[in-house]
Design a protein around this ligand. Structure first.
Ligand code: NAP
Length: 655
C-alpha cells in the first residue's frame, strides 16, 4: 500500500469512530496492545496489561472490562492522531521495547534468539523478508536456458512457483491432479480440516484476513491455495493431470530427464537443470494389509480417496484407524450413520482447544483487515502459542522414573490434564477411559485436537473396538475374538506411505544410483532435509526429518526450505556452474546431529509406535529441532558444503 493509500485508509477508519469503537470490541487484548505500542503509544501500557495475560492464546487473558475499554480508546486516539497529523505509520515497532512487547504479548518469555524469526514471520514491511534477491542480476539469455521443474502443486509447490516467478527463473510445475492443492485437494473426507490455527498456517507473504474459522476446514484451505495460485497466475505454468514416473540425472548434459504420464495415458519426456520435489510426505495412501480386504463387497475406500457416491447416511460404517484423519471423520459422520464401529489398534492423545470450533466474527475480520499491524501481531501470538513452547516437554529426562507413561515433569502434567479431559468427556466410564487412553507418553504419536471425539464415543450408535482385526469378509470385519462385525461401508483411515518417501517415483542420480539404493525402503535422509549426495541439482521440500510434530506450521518449514533452495539456485546461476551436489561430510554430520537429538526425544521412545520412525527404530520423518533452530540452519545456503561442477564444453560432453 502506498503512503497516500495508507492515509486515505486511516481517514476512513477514524472518520466513523462509532463503528471503529464497536468493531474494536472484537479485537483480542494482546495484539491490540501491541498495535498501540507499535504505533508509539505509552509503554506504561505494557506494565498495566502484563498481569492479565497469562499465556499466548486469546483465552489466556482476563483483563477487566474497564481496562479493555481504556485500551480501545487509546488505540482510537493514536489512530486519530496519525490521521490528523499525516505522520507515516512506523513499519517496525519501537525496537527498544520489542523484548517487553513480545513477553507481554505471549504472557511468557520470548528469548532474543527469536527476534529475527519473529520480525521475518510477521513480514512487517509487506515485502517478504524471506525473498532471495540476486546479487548480480543474471543476463536474460542465462536464465532463458535455465529450467526448473517442480513436482507437485500443493501448498509448498505453489509457494515454490511464486518465489521462482518473482526471481524470474523459468519453471514448470507438474501436477498429477486436475487441480492445485495437493493434500488439501485430495483429502475431502467429512470433517477434514487443519489442527494449526490458520492465521499462522498460511503463507507469511500472503496473509489472509478472511479465514472463517480459526481452524479451517478443507474447502477453505483449498480455496486459499487456489486463490494464491490464481493471484500469481500460476495456472499457465502448471501441467495438470500429468504424473512424474521417473527422473534420472544425465551427467553429460548436467540435466534431469523426466518421464511423465498424462491422464490420457500418453508418455512424455522433459528436461530440467534443477528438480524440486514438492510432493510432501503424506501423498500416497497406505492400504492396510488385512486378509480378505478385497473380498468386501460394499464401498471400501481410504480417507484420502473418499467415495462421495457411497451412501453413508443410515449405513453401518466400519472405520479402521484412529489417527488425525480418523479422529476427524468419526465425529463428522457419527450423527448420520446407523452404526459406527471404530477399529482402534492404539489410541492417540487429543487436546482440547476452545477456539477449535469457533468462527471468526465479521468484526474480528474487519479488525484483522483494517487495524494497522493487528493481523501481524495476531499471527505472532499464534506462532508462539503453537510452536517451540512444547519442545522441552518432548525431551526425555534421564532421571525421570515414570518413563513408560511420561518423559519429564512437564510432560507428566500434560498427561494428567489429558487424562482428566478424557474422563470428563466420556462420563467417567472406566472401560471406555481405559480403551481411549494411550499408555505411551503425550506427544509419542501426533498430538491431535479433540474435535468432540471423546463425546462421540459415548453416543449409542458408536462402538470402539480394540480387539485385533483377524480378517475381512464380504460384509463384515471379523475380530480375533471371533466376533463378526457386519458393516455396509468400510472407511480406511490408515495413513500414508510416509517412510517410503517419494514413492512411487523412480529417482536415479549420478552413476545410476537410485534413491531406493540410497535410502532403502524406509530410511530417507537429506542434508537439512533438502539435498542428497549423489543427486545433483535436486532439492526436496518437506523431505526427511522435516515433519513438524511438536508444534508449528508445515508452511513455515516450507518457506524456510524454499528460501534455501532459492539461494542454491542463485549460487548455481551466479557462479555459472552446471551442477551442485551436497558433500558427504556435511550430510553425515547433519544425520548424526539429527539422530543424536532424536535419541533424547519422545518419538524414538521404545513404547511408541508411530509413522515417524522406520523398522529399525530410527526417526526418519520428524524434525527434532525447534522452529528457530531450523530457520537458522536453513537461513543461509553455505556453498562450501557443496561441490560445484563447471559447465562442460560441447566436446567434453560428447566424450
Ligand atoms: P496415521 O496417523 O498414520 O493413522 C493411521 C491409523 O490407522 C492409526 O490409528 C493406525 O494405528 C491405524 N492403522 C494403520 N494400519 C492399520 C491396520 N493394518 N490395522 C489396524 N489399524 C491400522 O494417519 P492419518 O490419520 O491419515 O494421519 C497422518 C498424518 O496426516 C497426521 O499425523 C498428520 O500429520 C496429518 N493429518 C493432519 C490432520 C489435521 O491437521 N487435522 C488431519 C489428517 C491428517 P496405529 O496408531 O496403531 O499404528
Amino acid at each position: 500500500m502506498t503512503s497516500s493509500n495508507h492515509h486515505q485508509a486511516l481517514h476512513a477508519l477514524v472518520g466513523d469512530t462509532a463503528h471503529l469503537r464497536e468493531a474494536l470490541k472484537a479485537a483480542d487484548v494482546a495484539p491490540l496492545l501491541m498495535v498501540l505500542i507499535h504505533l508509539g503509544g505509552d509503554p506504561a501500557w505494557l506494565e498495566r496489561v502484563r498481569p492479565f495475560i497469562e499465556g499466548p492464546w486469546s483465552f489466556h487473558e482476563h483483563a477487566p472490562e474497564a481496562l479493555k475499554v481504556e485500551l480501545r480508546e487509546a488505540v482510537v486516539a493514536i489512530l486519530s492522531d496519525y490521521a490528523r497529523t499525516g505522520q507515516e505509520l512506523p513499519v517496525t515497532p519501537p525496537m527498544h521495547l520489542l523484548p517487553q512487547m513480545l513477553d507481554v504479548c505471549t504472557g511468557q518469555h520470548v528469548p532474543p534468539e527469536y527476534y529475527p524469526l519473529v520480525l521475518e514471520e510477521m513480514d512487517l514491511a509487506d515485502s517478504d523478508p524471506k525473498t532471495v534477491q540476486w546479487r548480480k542480476t543474471p543476463a536474460p539469455e542465462v536464465l532463458q536456458h535455465f529450467q526448473t521443474l517442480v513436482i507437485g502443486a500443493g501448498f509448498s509447490g505453489i509457494a515454490m512457483g511464486i518465489k521462482l516467478q518473482e526471481a524470474g527463473v523459468p519453471f514448470t510445475i507438474i501436477e498429477k491432479n486436475e487441480e492445485v492443492g495437493g493434500t488439501w485437494y485430495e483429502n475431502s473426507y467429512p470433517g477434514c480440516g487443519v489442527d494449526t490455527a490458520n492465521h499462522f498456517y498460511s503463507y507469511s507473504f500472503a496473509i489472509n484476513h478472511d479465514w472463517d474459522h480459526h481452524f479451517a476446514k478443507r474447502d477453505e484451505i483449498f480455496s486459499y491455495i487456489k486463490r494464491n495460485a490464481d493471484a500469481f497466475s500460476l495456472a499457465k505454468k502448471i501441467r495438470f493431470n500429468e504424473e512424474v514416473l521417473s527422473v534420472s540425472w544425465d551427467e553429460a548434459s548436467a540435466l534431469w530427464r523426466l518421464e511423465t504420464r498424462k491422464a490420457d495415458g500418453s508418455l512424455h519426456t522433459l528436461t530440467a537443470n534443477v528438480l524440486v520435489s514438492a510432493v510432501g510426505q503424506l501423498n500416497r495412501p497406505q492400504m492396510p494389509n488385512i486378509p480378505g480386504l478385497s473380498d468386501f463387497e460394499g464401498p471400501a475406500f481410504h480417507t484420502a480417496r473418499w467415495d462421495h457416491a457411497a451412501q453413508i447416511a443410515g449405513a453401518r460404517v466400519g472405520m479402521i484407524g484412529t489417527g488425525a484423519s480418523g479422529m476427524q471423520v468419526g465425529p463428522a459422520i457419527a450423527p448420520i450413520v446407523e452404526k459406527l464401529k471404530i477399529f482402534q489398534r492404539s489410541p492417540h492423545w487429543a487436546m482440547r482447544n476452545p477456539l477449535y470450533f469457533e468462527r471468526v466474527t465479521d468484526d474480528k475480520k474487519w479488525v484483522l483487515k483494517n487495524i494497522p499491524f493487528y493481523a501481524k501481531w495476531f499471527r505472532f501470538q499464534l506462532f508462539w502459542s503453537s510452536s517451540d513452547g512444547f519442545h522441552a516437554m518432548l525431551q526425555r529426562d534421564p532421571d525421570w522414573t515414570d518413563q513408560a507413561r511420561s518423559l519429564n515433569a512437564a510432560n507428566a502434567v500434560v498427561r494428567e490434564q489429558l487424562e482428566a479431559h478424557i474422563a470428563s468427556e466420556v462420563g467417567h466410564d472406566p472401560e471406555l477411559i481405559r480403551k481411549a487412553t494411550p499408555v505411551y507418553p503425550p506427544y509419542g504419536k501426533r498430538m491431535l485436537r479433540d474435535n468432540h471425539w471423546y463425546r462421540m464415543l459415548v453416543l449409542p450408535n458408536v462402538e470402539l473396538i480394540t480387539e485385533d482385526i483377524d480378517h475381512i469378509e464380504k460384509d463384515a470385519i471379523v475380530t480375533a475374538d471371533g466376533v463378526r462385525h457386519e458393516v455396509d461401508v468400510l472407511v480406511l483411515a490408515t495413513g500414508f506411505q510416509a517412510r517410503r518417501m517419494l514413492t512411487p517415483m523412480h529417482i536415479e542420480g549420478r552413476d545410476g544410483i537410485t534413491i531406493r539404493d540410497s535410502w532403502g525402503e524406509d530410511d530417507p535422509r537429506a542434508h537439512l532435509g533438502i539435498t542428497v549426495p549423489g543427486f545433483p541439482n535436486f532439492f526436496i521440500i518437506y523431505g526427511p526429518n522435516t515433519n513438524l510434530a511438536h508444534g508449528g506450521s508445515a508452511v513455515f518449514h516450507s518457506e524456510c526450505q524454499i528460501r534455501y533452495i532459492m539461494q542454491g539456485i542463485r549460487e548455481l546461476v551466479e557462479s555459472g556452474s552446471a551442477s551442485l551436489e551436497v558433500k558427504a561430510e556435511p550430510f553425515w554430520d547433519y544425520q548424526h546431529k539429527v539422530d543424536e537429538a532424536h535419541n533424547k526425544m519422545v518419538w524414538s521412545h521404545p513404547g511408541v509406535d508411530n509413522w515417524y520412525k522406520n523398522a529399525a527404530g530410527r526417526v526418519t520423518q520428524n524434525s527434532p529441532w525447534r522452529l528457530v533452530d531450523y530457520r537458522n540452519f536453513t537461513e543461509v545456503f553455505e556453498p562450501s558444503e557443496y561441490v560445484f561442477s563447471p559447465v562442460k564444453s560441447a566436446v567434453e560432453a560428447a566424450e
